[in-house]
Design a protein around this ligand. Structure first.
Ligand SMILES: Cc1cc2nc3c(=O)[nH]c(=O)nc-3n(C[C@H](O)[C@H](O)[C@H](O)COP(=O)(O)OP(=O)(O)OC[C@H]3O[C@@H](n4cnc5c(N)ncnc54)[C@H](O)[C@@H]3O)c2cc1C
Length: 391
């Protein structure tokens, strides 16, 4: 065992560095990715331990500038999940012939760290995907881009960024690390099971999926979308709905699906791994009343001089307002351990027993949940209701 399975974040850096190819990733009965070591091949050289981001975290101390920001370019803002900071950063890198790495679904809806060197390729990287991203083979590719002198932007979870840093073993001036504030990831297999469940129930084939759809009706809460083929008519269509109607997304938002390592994340702290940290500015309404936070307002924090310098270089493309770190801190998860919900054990046991339909009926019966009706109310009624409740 490298690290306890409860602590492993499945970043796969050990798989990518093992000189004997003794390490692989398998799915456990709950649908989580687990590292497996072939004892016959293992020579106990310890390289895997030296690169493990859980054993060797590398965080930056202190903060430079932080605050709220969003893209002035509406197309970028609406292509991204939040204020479009990732889109603005990525544009600058690609405009200057650099390359960008982020998470994209492949044709089988398998989430993989993916390279983009032009705007067409970049499109698939936009937006949050709330499951573990597979980094297989990517750290070597990033190193080769860095060594060839290309400017590289890598945007990911803090644990995966740290994994890359440990893999590289040295600082590269041409690497910009951007992390998002992360409250955890679920397993690919859990997501796949949910896709299959919906496909069978509706007799469709889902071809593309997005977790964060921005459209006017979505101003109440998170909406997802998928493109699908109707297997009865052969027609291709778009479906979008509130998060609760897709089992995996409901489980994610109710905090049931995350890996154990996410509930006790060693990176959910004030000192950060990335040169720049980005996230949703959840409480922006408190400081800038009237602003539409669902259209996208991000928080940012520059954690290194490199991050600050880069941020200055793109500032003209953003609406920026500086806030004290304490304001930013109060708005998000920077304080470590979170208790998993009590019902998570039962949920996982049902998944392990293959009782997916019963599981949906027990935990994700959105039609019995008041939130479903609340989120579907017209915005005026919701606002009025909220005001009355606060009195
Ligand atoms: C799993 C997850 C949990 C998050 N939790 C929080 C939270 O608790 N609080 C908060 O404020 N913000 C959270 N975010 C971040 C938030 O949703 C936005 O992604 C962030 O604010 C950046 O928005 P953006 O508009 O600048 O760019 P976006 O369009 O959102 O770009 C996001 C970037 O992250 C990459 N990415 C997306 N999904 C993954 C993934 N699974 N693994 C690795 N890289 C990925 C994309 O490729 C892209 O580079 C989370 C995001 C994810 C993916």
């Amino acid at each position: 065992m490298l690290v306890d399975k409860e602590k492993c974040c499945a970043c796969r850096v050990c798989v990518q560095t093992c000189p004997k190819q003794a390490i692989s990733v398998i799915f456990d009965k709950y649908g989580f990715e687990r590292v497996s070591i072939n004892e016959e091949k293992c020579v106990k050289c310890g390289i895997c331990e030296s690169v493990c981001p859980i054993i060797n975290p590398k965080k930056n101390e202190g903060k430079r500038q932080c605050g709220s920001a969003y893209s002035k370019d509406q197309r970028i803002k609406y292509s991204c999940s939040s204020g479009g900071l990732f889109g603005v950063f990525a544009k600058k890198i690609i405009d200057e012939n650099g390359v960008v790495y982020g998470a994209a679904f492949d044709e089988n809806l398998h989430l993989k760290t993916t390279r983009a060197e032009n705007f067409e390729q970049l499109k698939r990287l936009y937006k949050s995907k709330y499951l573990l991203c597979d980094t297989t083979g990517v750290f070597r590719q990033i190193k080769s881009d860095l060594v060839s002198g290309k400017n590289v932007l890598y945007c990911s979870t803090p644990c995966q960024l740290n994994a890359l840093k440990n893999y590289l073993q040295k600082e590269y001036e041409n690497l910009l690390c951007v992390e998002f504030v992360c409250h955890g990831v679920g397993g690919q297999k859990q997501f796949d099971d949910s896709i299959s469940y919906v496909e069978q129930k509706k007799k469709i084939k889902i071809m593309d999926f997005g977790f964060r759809e921005k459209f006017s009706k979505a101003s109440s809460h998170y909406y997802y979308y998928y493109y699908y083929k109707d297997l009865r008519t052969g027609k291709e269509k778009l479906h979008r709905d509130i998060y609760m109607t897709f089992p995996y997304y409901f489980a994610y938002c109710d905090r049931l699906t995350c890996r154990e390592s996410c509930y006790s994340c060693i990176y959910a702290t004030e000192n950060r791994v990335g040169d720049i940290t980005i996230g949703d500015f959840h409480n922006i309404g408190k400081y800038e009343p009237g602003i539409d936070r669902f259209a996208g307002v991000s928080m940012f924090a520059c954690n290194t001089d490199k991050g600050q310098k880069f941020f200055e270089s793109v500032k003209d493309n953003l609406f920026v307002k500086e806030y004290d770190w304490l304001v930013i801190k109060s708005n998000n998860r920077f304080d470590g351990i979170e208790e998993p919900p009590k019902k998570r054990d039962r949920y996982l046991e049902m998944i392990a027993a293959g009782e997916y339909i019963q599981c949906v009926q027990t935990f994700f019966a959105y039609w019995k949940d008041w939130r479903f009706y609340y989120y579907h109310m017209p915005k005026v009624l919701r606002t009025l209701g909220n005001k009355l409740l606060r009195k």
